[in-house]
Ligand binder design. Structure first.
Ligand code: AMP
Length: 286
């Protein structure tokens, strides 16, 4: 909880963040976000507040993870509302740097991963994970958290961050957190605000297709292609969906499973619905 139970300390530059960390040498949880907070973010923050002495939430719409023609300019933002929510949550500090302080004109160091980022989101969004890995490395190097919280909703991002901290020996424990959904199954996302009412009505079909995969699997189906096809068939019933991928991979390596499913798997889907790219996934556990 915040020292005085009031508004969190707002830190707007890496130097301010560094200084705050030096003055607060306690077990610290970090929840990186792009803001426009929803219950999915809040579930990560709640968990961090329980598991650590202090919690920092970062809010930064990271330009380097958006490609040309993507939605950087229209990404939803509402700093005032976010800060009010974080005050209610009792977080200790909010790191809310400007783009210029994160990426000054002479910035030239990027972090990129090899195999894990080539397919799925990485294929559709070149350089996306380079931006993610770079900003997370920068966040970790100024915040120095003992733990950091990430949503399973962004499954490939989570694996990328886990790989990053292992490969670069970063002393941060990555805590995966379950996906929070609306009552009709749609995974919460800041971008959902851009769905029209017609699009919003059909959006839950994404999760329904994943539930179908799980029910086939739970009833003993082990043929990867059959499960992929069943998901694809459900998604293609909705003409508003433009399917990007339907993927069934090994849960950890994210390597596509050809043939029979013999180890824990992950079904991941990405569709375009109007102007919004929706992602979702579900684990297939034995
Ligand atoms: P974002 O602001 O979209 O970059 O998300 C910040 C963090 O919140 C990431 O670790 C996301 O995976 C996580 N997150 C986003 N949506 C959800 C959700 N519906 N349930 C759980 N975590 C989420």
């Amino acid at each position: 909880m915040s020292d005085l139970g009031g508004a969190p300390k707002c830190l707007r530059t890496p130097t301010e963040m560094h200084r705050w960390r030096d003055e607060n040498p306690v077990k610290l949880g970090l929840v990186p976000t792009m803001g426009y907070l929803h219950e999915g973010h809040l579930s990560l923050i709640r968990r961090s507040c329980v598991e650590n002495v202090k919690t920092v939430v970062s809010i930064f719409v990271n330009p380097t993870q958006f490609g040309i023609g993507e939605d950087l300019a229209v990404y939803p933002r509402d700093e005032e509302r976010d800060l009010a929510l974080l005050t209610e949550m009792g977080v200790d500090a909010v790191y809310i740097p400007s783009s210029d302080s994160m990426y000054p004109p002479d910035f030239q160091t990027f972090v990129s991963l090899e195999g894990l980022t080539r397919h799925l989101e990485g294929a559709s969004r070149p350089n996306h994970f380079r931006g993610v890995a770079t900003v997370v490395t920068k966040l970790f190097s100024v915040v120095h958290p003992e733990r950091s919280y990430f949503g399973k909703k962004d499954a490939q991002q989570l694996r990328v961050i886990q790989r990053l901290v292992t490969d670069l020996n970063m002393p941060v424990e990555i805590i995966p957190c379950d996906t929070v959904r609306e009552s009709d199954g749609l995974a919460l996302s800041s971008r959902n605000v851009h769905l029209s009412s017609e699009e919003r009505k059909v959006a839950p079909l994404l999760y329904k297709s994943l539930q179908k995969a799980r029910s086939l699997f739970d009833n003993g189906e082990r043929c990867g292609n059959l499960i992929r096809d069943a998901v694809r068939e459900i998604l293609s019933q909705e003409s508003l969906f433009e399917i990007d991928y339907v993927s069934l991979t090994d849960d950890q390596s994210l390597i596509e499973i050809e043939g029979l499913i013999e180890r824990p798997g992950l079904i991941m889907v990405a569709v375009k619905l109007g102007s919004v790219r929706l992602l979702d996934n579900i684990e297939l556990r034995f």
